[in-house]
Each structure stands twice: as structure tokens, then as C-alpha cells.
Design a protein around this ligand. Structure first.
Ligand code: GAR
Length: 205
């Protein structure tokens, strides 16, 4: 029988506010074509895991330490994703760069959210607060967030959506991060998941 929703896994490392935005969007019907079926964290302390449990979503913790290397941890992730019938993967504050072995297995099936307007302030070393620190250092007046497909190049895959956010004169990296999340990330990430999941369903009609 044909499925009506794409089973989706969210990969997290930290606070999980983007995960929360996805959970809320599924509940409110903004996300209709995907079902959040699994949350995987590479950090056992991530608050995102608590958010997932509160929403009764299955969780798994897969760490580099436990499996000896990033490659082995990624092999384990692939195994768990397959066991759970996952077709779409969302990196929502996942602070590890995925190797080619992983990204090749899920071509155009991994979405990442980055807290800047790619190609600015992106690539290796640009993650979390650091992105906003660099944006303020450069003195940009506009920044934002980008969702994109993930390939072997860090932040290098095809762009799905972008949203601009104004920088204010008295901004600190923390203030800017919060505004970018609220005005851009928490909006475009759920919309991107719906767009991609819907397209997967439609191509199979
Ligand atoms: C978010 O701002 C996300 O865009 C960023 O980390 C934060 C995670 O917050 N991701 C990256 O920098 C990836 N390159 P969250 O755990 O509250 O969603």
C-alpha cells in the first residue's frame, strides 16, 4: 500500500529548538507529508532528547566515543535509520560533519538548517554561535538562515529556502542567534521539510 507520509528522522546535538519547531509544525498541520518517527542524538546530554521524549518520539543516542570513530558511528546510524524505515533526514543543530559514505546513501534526502545566508559564514568551522560572531565582526547589516540538501561538501548542497534577518546596532552574538532562530530557522525548516516530503510523495504518484 502506498504511504501517505514520509518517515523522517531528526539528528540533533544540543538544545533542540529547531526540533521543537518541527514537532510543533507537525502538530499544527504545517507539516502534513512527513512523520517525525525518530530522533538521533550524538550527545547523550542533549536537551533535544527530552523534547523528543515529551512528544513521545522514539530516540537513539549514537556517539563517536561508543563506536570508536565517526565512520563507525555513521555506520550504526545508517543501520538504525534503515531499521526504522526512514526516508528523510533532517539535521537540526547536528554538530558533526557527515562523511561521504553517509551522504551518498541519502542523496537529496538530507536537509540541514544553517544560521546564515549561504554562501556567507558557512563551511567547516562555522556552526552555532560562531556564525553570528563572525557576521557581527564583518559588520553585515543583513543575515538570516538557509535550508539546503546535504552532500559531501559542508554547507555545499543545493539551497532549498532562505530567509533574511536584519542585524541591529546593539546586537550580541546571542541576541542575533535568537532573532535568526525565531524569525528564520523555526519558519523555513518546517516549510522545507514539508516541501521536500511532499515532492517525494508526488514523484511516486
Ligand atoms: C541552530 O542555530 C542551527 O542553525 C545551528 O545550531 C543551532 C542549534 O540550535 N546549526 C549549525 O550551526 C550547523 N552548521 P537548536 O539545537 O536549538 O536547534
Amino acid at each position: 500500500m502506498k504511504r501517505s507520509k514520509i518517515k523522517t528522522a531528526i539528528l540533533v546535538s544540543g538544545g533542540g529548538t529547531n526540533l521543537q519547531a518541527l514537532i510543533d509544525a507537525e502538530k499544527s498541520g504545517i507539516i502534513k507529508s512527513a512523520k517525525i518517527a525518530l530522533v538521533i542524538s550524538n550527545n547523550p546530554e542533549a536537551y533535544a532528547l527530552t523534547r523528543a521524549k515529551k512528544a513521545r518520539i522514539k530516540t537513539a543516542v549514537i556517539t563517536k566515543t561508543e563506536f570508536g570513530s565517526r565512520e563507525n558511528a555513521e555506520k550504526e546510524m545508517i543501520k538504525v535509520l534503515k531499521e526504522n524505515g526512514i526516508e528523510l533526514i533532517v539535521l537540526a543543530g547536528f554538530m558533526s560533519i557527515l562523511g561521504e559514505n553517509f551522504t551518498k546513501k541519502f542523496e537529496r534526502r538530507i536537509i540541514n538548517v544553517h544560521p546564515a545566508l549561504i554562501p556567507s559564514f558557512c563551511g567547516k568551522g562555522y556552526y552555532g554561535l560562531k556564525v553570528h560572531e563572525e557576521a557581527l565582526k564583518k559588520g553585515v547589516k543583513v543575515t538570516g538562515a538557509t535550508t539546503h540538501f546535504v552532500n559531501e561538501i559542508p554547507d555545499g548542497g543545493e539551497i532549498i529556502m532562505q530567509k533574511a534577518v536584519n542585524v541591529r546596532e546593539n546586537d550580541t552574538p546571542e541576541k542575533l542567534q535568537k532573532r535568526v532562530m525565531k524569525q528564520a530557522e523555526w519558519k523555513i525548516l518546517p516549510l522545507s521539510v514539508e516541501k521536500v516530503a511532499k515532492e517525494i510523495l508526488e514523484t511516486e504518484k
